[in-house]
Design a protein around this ligand. Sequence first.
Ligand code: ATP
Length: 545
Amino acid sequence: MNQLPVADAAGVRRAAWRLIRHEPGAFGRILVLNVLATGAGLVGPWLLGLIIDEVQSGGAGGGGGESGSSGAGHGDVGRIDRLALAILISALVQLVLTRQARYLAARFGERLSAHVREQFLDHVLGLRPGVVEAIDVGDLTARGSGDVGSVASIMRDAAPDVLIAALQALLVVVAVFVLDPVLGACGVLGLAGIAVATRWYLRRARAAYLDLGAANSAVAEVLVTTAQGARTIEALGLELRRIEAGAAALERSRLARLRALTLRSVLYPVIDVSYVLPFVGVLLVGGALYDRGMISLGAVVTSALYLRQLSGPLETMQIWIDALQSGAASFARLEGLSELSRPPEPTGAPEPATTPETELEPADAPAPAPADDRIEVRGVRFGYDGGRDVLHGVDLEIRPGERLAIVGPSGAGKSTLGRLLAGIDRPRTGSVTVGGVAVAHLSPDQLRRHIVLVTQDLHVFHASVRDNLLVAKPTASDAELHAALLAVGAAAWTDELPEGLDTHLGPTGHQLGSARAQQLALARVVLADPHTVILDEATALLDPT
Ligand code: ATP
């Protein structure tokens, strides 16, 4: 079994950008609202600085008078009242804007996370059957559950919060610079510790979280394969070995988690200490400048309050930075899968996914439509997993209207030839073409319209009879479904089902015997209506009559 590929950092950035570009308008509105909300938040401390300066100058103007009943005093009080009212209004405006920005960001994140889930499903369904068989089921399961969930929660919660926090922090620092460049420099210097620690953390976090993701996949793989092979394991008495394999996978996952936690335990204390440094720096330097009459007291207080406001965004970033890294690693794992299912772009030089320990190839560029329905096999040789050849130079031509039966001893390679004809495996040498186009280069969609392989491996979806049939032709009417069931001799029993085509199949619904399941599979073939059907003992379970 092959591990699925993981996208590199550039691939993840491109994918994230593609996601955002999905709704550029919403992203722009969120940015604008956040800038306005942060701007409104900066008005309060600035007005407070003005009040302080006003009180200070009023006090000096009062000449040490005891009451505020002098003419100048009345004027000051009126202005201070107006400034205080303006502070209240700015706080209300900030509240409304922040609420609206968060609401839009949460909805935006929710839509993106839905998009990520849908994309994952599309990518899995777009994989060639040969790739699906070759990959590690546990890895695919872990990506489809844990990784999709982690990315969705990042899109919904972390990404909007971090975006807002980063904007707030930036605007606050800019505001202090505008107020007084020296105090601004103090604030930035005080934040240097956070910058260094964050850089240290980010350099290590991607590898740590990718390792954790791979370790979780290994746990899922052990669980899934043990559950799937439970009967064989019992029959051969392999329980202890499976338990040991499970324990080893869990131990690897535990160690990977510990390594990720260690990184966090270094970053967090540094951020905690760094909160207060810019604040303290501005008070000390601002105090000294004020003493020398180089700055007003109001400007010092406003700067200190601004830098105090940094604690909110910094705390938000501290809370989410870990989740963001783990989400980015999950995103890289999901993108790795998409690079397998997405055909290479026709122009430019897209960077390939890094594919450790795997020979999985990315999807092919879309193949041209086959010119006709003739199938040609020329000089085909094929061996499984690079092993010895099981087909040795097969030549075959199948013309429209022909029926071909392939007979031979067990292990002769009949099923293997069927898989090559159906495009599941690719020949090692030689070619298998339909209408002049290599069968293995056709996309699953294209292929389904030309050649369908039915084997003894049946699958009944846990869904209604109708949905089980519609997978082959989503647009089919009930009349078409009935005709298909009639054609394979299944109409008699499907008509008697309690809810007809709406009867739910599967362990929690109506249970089908294997012969009926096989009829359902054949009815799907009738609906798909390809020009060529390969039946690999596909009727073995049916009543011969
Ligand atoms: P049967 O009538 O028993 O189904 P067959 O003629 O269809 O046999 P194949 O199933 O095509 O034969 O097998 C041809 C050879 O390829 C056999 O030696 C078999 O062991 C080998 N083989 C089949 N599937 C695989 C696989 N997934 N991995 C490795 N070897 C395989």
